[in-house]
Design a protein around this ligand. Structure first.
Ligand code: FAD
Length: 428
């Protein structure tokens, strides 16, 4: 059996940033092994629904390997080899023996470890597992891994050639980004989602309505209050999407973004679980002292929010939790508890927004929707606890981040806060 001092299970975004931290902290050649089922080394996953799908000069590997998202060195396969890191690609771990401190690979081989970091992320929730009729047809796409994004990209070209419509099911950030990319590629696009408005989980109607109008103006058909109830096809290939209300939309392709399932099954019954993932403490350590979990799979105490356990399926958490866990392993005496400020961002069409903190509480809108520059503050117990900004500059995004971090006292009235707008954040 091969054995390593450190094993990173998963080769996604968190894993790439963890590898960087290991190297920065002086890991020695032969000490670190990374195992991933993907065929390529770690990359910046958010690129798959953005730059990867662009009509013009789409992003391709090796261009977006980690850690280019932070402007740091691009870690190609050669980078890992140079640092003496053993990287097992196209290798799936099929079982884990926490008591025996080893992993079993799909080849039957075993890999032992002294310290294990679990970075297995998540996979798309599928309509097939929900039993939707026709969900197995060719032409129904999901986007999690680079191979799936490539299949989607090829399908776009095929649909364009056939002048076929694309249907996007789901209006989370993947649905929003993919719909924009498909429209940007010249396809006729219909979005189908069960809610009442795009972005309604994040924003109140007065702000969310902006996005619906914006998409409609760019030719995207928006069908809310609808689920994909079934699919029709011929010779195994998608022909139409059926809606709950009986309508039938002819489609050359469908893209489904209805949420994610956490890859935690290998550890069920062996590690404590919480919030649909693996429970960790402030040092990202699981219920076993030699096993850590980072990124989407980890449920960690959110400092500043009463220490409640939360999972965060966001790239900033993947990057920061990765560095923190490696620091906790290699420099425990200088590592405190992981402090994370919830942060989401997205970009579609010419829009770009960021959100920090929490959207629980009373919301106050500011700015100018007509100029695509507006924002939102959330108030709780007399303080501003969350902030959203569309169309900000780097400096302005920094201001709203500071608001969520410092949670300043709110002005006496909501009207005053709305009138101050970004100036309120600038002064924090
Ligand atoms: P992942 O990056 O998913 O990596 C998990 C890895 O583990 C994968 O390589 C997988 O193959 C491997 N693995 C799993 N099980 C096994 C096994 N048994 N054996 C071997 N290998 C295994 N977040 C944002 O904040 N902003 C965005 O704009 C944004 N856009 C996104 C767009 C898309 C299309 C997607 C899919 C996600 C996006 N995210 C975004 C979320 C962000 O990418 C994730 O939060 C981040 O990738 C999590 O990193 P991770 O390393 O925990 O998991």
């Amino acid at each position: 059996m091969k054995s390593f001092k450190y094993v990173l299970l998963g080769g996604g975004t968190a894993s790439g940033y963890a590898a960087r931290e290991f190297v920065q902290r002086g890991v020695e050649p032969g000490q670190l092994c990374i195992i991933t089922s993907e065929a390529v080394v770690a990359y910046e996953r958010p690129a798959l629904s953005k730059g990867f799908l662009l009509a013009d000069k789409p992003a391709r590997l090796p261009g977006f390997h980690t850690c280019v998202g932070k402007g740091w060195e691009r870690q190609t396969p050669e980078w890992y080899a140079e640092h003496g890191i053993e990287y097992m690609t196209s290798t799936r771990v099929v079982s884990a023996d926490i008591a025996g401190k080893k992993l079993v690979l799909d080849s039957g081989e075993e890999v032992g470890y002294e310290k294990l970091i679990v970075a297995t992320g998540a996979r798309p929730a599928t309509l097939r597992e929900l039993g939707v009729p026709g969900a197995e047809l060719e032409g129904i796409h999901y986007v999690r891994e680079v191979a799936e994004a490539q299949a989607l990209y090829d399908a776009i070209a095929d649909c364009k050639a056939r002048s076929a419509r694309a249907v996007v099911i789901g209006a989370g950030y993947i649905g929003m980004e993919v719909a924009a990319a498909l429209a940007g590629n010249g396809l006729a696009v219909t979005m189908v989602f069960p809610g009442g408005m795009l972005m309604e989980r994040l924003l109140p109607p007065e702000a969310a309505s902006f996005y619906e109008e914006y998409y409609k103006e760019r030719g995207v058909e928006v069908m809310w209050g609808q689920r994909g109830a079934g699919f029709e096809g011929e010779e195994g290939r998608l022909e139409a999407v059926l809606l709950q209300d009986g309508r039938r939309i002819e489609a050359g392709m469908a893209v489904v973004g209805i949420g994610a399932r956490v890859n935690k099954e290998l550890f069920e019954g062996q590690l404590d679980m919480a919030k649909g993932g693996i429970e960790v403490d402030g040092r990202l350590r699981t219920s076993n002292p030699d096993v850590y979990a980072i990124g989407d799979v980890a449920a960690f105490p959110l400092v500043g929010y009463g220490g409640q356990l939360q999972r965060q399926e966001h790239v900033t958490n993947a990057r920061l939790s990765a560095a923190h866990a490696v620091s906790a392993i290699m420099a425990p005496e200088e590592t405190g508890d992981y402090e994370y400020l919830p942060f989401f961002y997205s970009r579609f069409f010419a829009l770009s927004w960021q959100f920090y903190g929490t959207n629980k509480g009373k919301s106050v809108m500011f700015g100018d929707k007509g100029a695509a520059k507006f924002g939102m503050y959330w108030l709780a117990e007399g303080r501003v606890v969350g902030a959203f900004l569309e169309g900000g500059s780097a400096e302005e995004f920094g201001w709203i981040k500071a608001v969520a971090l410092r949670r300043p006292e709110a002005p006496a009235t909501e009207e005053r806060l709305a009138a101050k707008g970004l100036a309120f954040a600038a002064a924090v």
